[in-house]
Design a protein around this ligand. Structure first.
Ligand code: RAM
Length: 335
C-alpha cells in the first residue's frame, strides 16, 4: 500500500516544481545566465553542431546564449572575442581553444573578473579554465585511431597523419597517444611517414592530401583526426586513382562522411556526438556560474538529459566513448 502513495507524492512535487517555473533539468541553475560559446572556428560543421547543442541546453535552463568566434582556427583570432566577452561581463565563456598556452592570460583575466571559463573539445593549460569538457578519454581516442588504421592497412606499410592546426591541443594530445600506441610490437611493420597540417581549412587539407600522395607513392593510409581533414582527404581520394589503394580514416561527422562510406572510399571512422559535447559544456558552465560547483575533483552536477556528471582529475568532465561508424551503422546517425 505504501508504493502508490509515494508515487502520488512524487508526482505532486513534480507538478509543484513545474508550476513554479522550475524543471528537473534546471535544478540549482540560475535563470538568465549569459553564456557565450567560442568555437575553434565558426564555419566548421562539427563546431556548429557542438555550439547548437550548447544553445539547446541554455534554452532549457532559460539562459541567454550566443556564439561568437573567428572564421579560422588560429589562437590569436580568438583573443579579441575573449576580451570583448570579458568587457561584456558574460557569466561564462565556453571555448574550444586553438592553443594550449596563448589564450591563458586572457582567460585568466576573465576569471579574475568573476567570469567562469569552461574549455570543451580542445583544452588550454589547466590554469586557463575551471573545467574542461572532454569528448572522451584522450588516450583511448589516440590509441583507438591507430588500432583502426592498423586494421585498414593490415598492420603493414606507410601511413600519414593529416591533422588540424599545429597548435591544436586536442589533436596534439591524440597524436601523442597515437605515437605511443605505435610502439607496440604488432605495429612494427607500420611506418608513420609524415604529420601534415590542413589547419582545419578544407582547401588546405585537400591540397595537403594531394601533397602526401605525391610525396609518398607507397602510402597505404591517411588518418585524419579532424572532421575537416578527413572529409577533404576523402573527397580528394574518392576522385583520384588512389581510391581503393589508400585508406582514409580518422574522426569525422557521419553526415559529412556518408557519401564516402557509400562509395567505398572510407571503410570506417570514429566520432562522439558533438551536440552532446556542447550541451554538456553548457551545463558545466551554468553550474559553475550558479555556484552549485566550483570545478574541483568530485563535484557533481545535473546535466539535463545527460544526467548526473562528475568532475574528474584536473577539472575534466568526460562525455563518453566514441562510436565507430561504417556501412553497417552510418545511416542510424544524423549529425
Ligand atoms: C575538427 C576540430 C575539432 C575536432 C574534430 C574531430 O572539427 O579540429 O576540434 O574535435 O575535428
Amino acid at each position: 500500500m505504501m508504493k502508490p502513495v509515494r508515487h502520488a507524492c512524487t508526482a505532486l512535487l513534480c507538478a509543484m516544481l513545474l508550476g513554479a517555473g522550475l524543471s528537473a533539468h534546471a535544478a540549482g541553475i540560475k535563470e538568465g545566465l549569459k553564456i557565450a560559446f567560442v568555437p575553434k572556428q565558426i564555419n566548421n560543421p562539427y563546431e556548429v553542431i557542438a555550439d547548437n547543442g550548447g544553445m539547446d541546453a541554455i534554452k532549457e535552463f532559460k539562459g541567454d546564449g550566443k556564439v561568437v568566434g573567428p572564421s579560422d582556427a588560429g589562437a590569436s583570432s580568438q583573443v579579441s572575442y575573449i576580451n570583448t566577452l570579458t568587457t561584456q561581463r558574460q557569466d561564462a565563456i565556453v571555448i574550444a581553444a586553438n592553443d594550449a598556452n596563448a589564450l591563458v592570460p586572457y582567460l585568466k583575466r576573465a576569471m579574475a573578473q568573476g567570469i567562469k571559463v569552461v574549455t570543451f573539445d580542445s583544452d588550454t593549460a589547466p590554469e586557463g579554465r575551471q573545467i574542461f569538457v572532454n569528448q572522451a578519454n584522450a588516450e583511448s581516442i589516440g590509441r583507438g585511431q591507430i588500432q583502426l588504421v592498423a586494421k585498414l592497412m593490415n598492420n603493414e606499410g606507410e601511413f600519414a597523419i593529416l591533422s588540424a592546426t599545429p597548435n591544436a591541443t586536442n589533436q596534439n594530445t591524440w597524436i601523442k597517444w597515437m605515437q605511443e600506441e605505435l610502439k607496440k610490437p604488432e605495429y612494427s611493420k607500420m611506418k608513420l611517414v609524415k604529420i601534415a597540417y590542413g589547419n582545419d581549412d578544407d582547401q588546405k587539407s585537400f591540397v595537403e592530401t594531394q601533397g602526401l600522395l605525391q610525396a609518398y607513392p607507397n602510402l597505404k593510409a591517411i588518418v585524419a583526426p579532424t572532421s575537416v581533414g578527413i572529409a577533404a582527404a576523402a573527397r580528394y581520394i574518392s576522385s583520384s586513382s588512389s581510391k581503393g589503394k589508400v585508406a582514409v580514416t580518422g574522426l569525422g561527422t557521419p553526415n559529412q562522411m556518408r557519401a564516402f562510406v557509400k562509395n567505398g572510399t572510407v571503410k570506417a571512422f570514429q566520432l562522439w556526438d558533438p551536440g552532446a559535447l556542447g550541451y554538456l559544456a553548457a551545463y558545466a558552465a551554468a553550474n559553475l556560474a550558479s555556484g552549485t560547483i566550483s570545478g574541483k575533483e568530485g563535484d557533481t552536477f545535473d546535466a539535463g538529459k545527460l544526467g548526473k556528471r562528475t568532475v574528474g582529475k584536473s577539472g575534466e568532465v568526460i562525455l563518453g566513448p566514441p562510436t565507430t561508424f561504417d556501412a553497417s551503422n552510418i545511416d542510424n546517425f544524423n549529425f
